[in-house]
Design a protein around this ligand. Sequence first.
Ligand code: FO1
Length: 324
Amino acid sequence: MRITVLSGGVGGARFVRGLRALDSADDITVIANTADDIWLFGLKICPDLDSLMYTLGGGSDDDRGWGRSKETWNVKRELAAYGVEPSWFGLGDKDLATHVVRTQMTNAGYSLSEVTAALCARWEPGVRLLPMSDDRVETHVVVDDPSEPSGRRAIHFQEYWVRLRAAVLARGVVPVGIDDASAAPGVVDAVLDADVVVFAPSNPVVSIGTILGVADVAAAVRAAPAPVVGLSPIVGPGPVHGMADAMLAAIGVDVTAAAVAAHYGARSRGGFIDGWLVDIRDGSQLDTIRSAGIEPRAVPLLMTDPQATARMAAAALQLGADLR
Ligand code: FO1
């Protein structure tokens, strides 16, 4: 079965690892958000691609969810000793090698797709991992700043997420460069040729939302002959992982599984999904989701262990099969 997954970093990577464990999931393409990417210390860093690559390649720190296992932090300490900023973003020694290779290849003229393929040749993630675009797109978050004449300032998503821990009110989310970005090679075909398209339980605004912000990806998802199903990243009153609530508030979407489904919208009504999995504790929202033209199912949606995650993935494939 050809499965194409749209994914952010940490949560999406865990989900795809569960999906990959299924016998029926023998041909998986993962389209990764690249708008979290940032240039720091002269290096190009792609957090979501790397979380996917390390997690699926067996090299991630599972507790942190990002970066390498058994990491050391000598370079970080040395940079701090020189007073180099930003000190709030930590690059581990092992992780650093990935960014050096990526930056060298980028500076030599290779596209992000080519660089990703080269890095994956080492990690063998067991899926085809594609960046959403080879073009530079960076999410910026608008926050209050009384020292600015406008009273506001846009900061890089990583500064909002990592330095501010999303604890400051976000007035808006701006994916800089998205209007000029086009899908990376293979992305549109992966969506159009899939037997099922799956939205991982990733951030609907800054992960899946940004991937869908690339015009030809959005058009492919709308036109895909296969069903498109998603898993809610919201369980009960909040996100399963990360701080998606802050991002949803910034775009005026309620923090509920049903509101996120309505935000994506039914493909039959010009939106992006046909089916939507919510957690069993959100079963009372099924009617609301159905009335939005989306077929819902309630199943356990907490990725507590690999088996539970695989069952979630199986439920997504089953929903797709039911909709086919
Ligand atoms: N997240 C943190 O909370 N603190 C960090 O210092 C940090 C460093 C970092 C370095 C490389 C990388 O690929 C990811 C890193 N992350 C860090 C994770 C991260 O950037 C975010 O969790 C995601 O972008 C949100 O999906």
